[in-house]
Design a protein around this ligand. Structure first.
Ligand code: HEM
Length: 411
């Protein structure tokens, strides 16, 4: 499909505001209109599900500039904030955590758990992740084929790791995974979203209360003892933080494992390099897959606190802003042949983990998991292949985190 031309009005507004998110024509690429916007109307208005019309910023440099600008707010309660969906409006436990706060409050909360997510703390988890990877692959090897890679590997691995870190019992995974799916489903109705929200709230409230009563050596246990018991963190704020960590800690990485594997299966030569290569090639392959997929694929949301000049446009105080990281990561001004997989791409400063003060706290952990998952999977099953035609794979385009519904594979 050729996107219709988008003309720019005198005030920088597009004559016709395109609906956002736009529809993908190819499941492997962000919507084609984004390339046209980058060229013709890099800061322009779009229309959201609720009729609001925030500014969409599509060029890499502008996206980084706005995300590091202290004159934008992440507070979802502010008028003008471009909320993603009805479910996200209801599911505020998630956005009421520090991901939805501004500094200095945001920094105060984030600092409570930063030490658990540093490169060094994450590195200490390597043996745990390695064992989980091997155990899951053993189970897969001895189980039936074909198998759904999402269920057998991509989803359990990050869920088990985050449960281990937080001190959440993994046997409860079916429950919290279904709640988090409902919260991240942009088509979920208010009832489903409210139910998921309340159930997860009650579950984590009880878990934190138990950890307050009896100390445990895990992130939620330490939060309960150091911050809740001492009055530095309210119980409600702790529940919001736990929700953020639990949901962010498994959904994103799980979808990256599945999508990244699919991409590698479609590029056998580059897959062979990941299978046989050393640490350096694996690391750069992971960055390239993160860039290509940008699984948080419907922009980083903000609202302007003051008038901001950007890309020849003045965004007024109170207006909503969407920094389209999925577009920035395909900007040909920064990435040569941006739609191609090139695991040897040098200096890959993608924005798949965001940019600025809210840049992903869990990125060392996500990197560790991905750097271990892809080569281990490809080495264990050198003949790994899709068990259905590519056209039959169903993509999760209505979810806040992009992915596949299932990935049937065999070997
Ligand atoms: C491939 C995997 C991942 C991707 C692509 C990803 C992506 C992102 C992005 C784009 C943001 C910025 C949000 C914004 O600017 O509004 C973010 C924030 C965050 N992520 Fe991740 N993430 C991943 C894995 C993880 C993991 C494993 C955790 C572990 C708990 C995690 C925890 C967080 C937290 C707590 C924030 C909020 C940071 C803040 O507001 O200061 N993420 N992530």
């Amino acid at each position: 499909m050729t996107p219709t031309s988008i003309t720019t009005g005198r005030d920088g507004q597009a004559a016709a505001e395109p609906a956002y998110p736009m529809v993908r024509t190819c499941p492997f690429d962000p919507p084609a209109e984004l390339a046209q916007l980058r060229a013709e109307n890099p800061v322009g208005r779009v229309r959201l599900w609720d009729g609001s019309s925030p500014w969409l910023i599509t060029r890499y440099e502008d996206v980084r500039r706005i995300l590091s600008d202290p004159r934008v707010s992440s507070e979802t309660d502010r008028p003008g904030y471009p909320i993603q969906s009805e479910a996200m409006r209801i599911g505020r436990v998630f956005t009421r955590s520090f991901i939805g706060m501004d500094d200095p409050k945001h920094a105060r909360y984030r600092k409570m758990i930063t030490s658990d997510f540093t490169a060094r703390s994450t590195e200490a988890l390597r043996p745990v992740v390695e064992k989980l990877v091997n155990d899951l692959l053993d189970e897969m090897e001895h189980g039936p084929r074909p198998v759904d890679l999402v269920k057998a590997f991509a989803l359990p691995l990050p869920s088990m790791v985050i449960c281990h870190m937080l001190g959440v019992p993994y046997p409860d995974h079916a429950f919290f995974q279904s709640c988090s799916r409902a919260l991240l489903d942009t088509t979920a109705g208010p009832e489903a979203a409210t139910r998921a929200n309340e159930e997860l709230w009650d579950y984590l409230t009880d878990l934190l209360a138990a950890k307050e009563a009896e100390p445990t050596d895990d992130i939620l246990g330490r939060l309960a003892q150091r911050y809740i018991r001492t009055g530095l963190l309210s119980r409600d704020d702790a529940v919001c933080m736990a929700t953020l960590l639990l949901v962010a800690g498994h959904e994103t990485t799980a979808n990256m494992i599945a999508l990244g594997t699919l991409t590698l299966l479609e590029h056998p030569e580059q897959a062979a390099e990941v299978r046989e290569g050393g640490t350096a090639v694996v690391k750069s392959a992971v960055e390239e897959l993160l860039r290509l997929w940008t699984v948080l694929h419907t922009g980083r949301r903000r609202v302007a606190l003051e008038d901001i000049e950007i890309g020849g446009v003045t965004i007024r105080a109170g207006e909503g802003i969407i920094a389209a990281s999925e577009s920035a990561n395909r900007d040909s001004a920064v990435f040569a042949s941006p739609d191609e997989l090139d695991i040897h791409r040098g200096s890959n400063h993608h924005v798949a983990f965001g940019f600025g003060v809210h840049q992903c706290l869990g990125q060392p952990l996500a990197r560790l998991e991905l750097q271990m998952a892809y080569p281990a999977l490809l080495r264990r099953f050198p003949g790994l292949h899709l068990a259905v035609p590519l056209e039959e794979i169903r993509f999760r385009d209505k979810m806040v985190v992009y992915g596949v519904q299932e990935l049937p594979v065999s070997w």
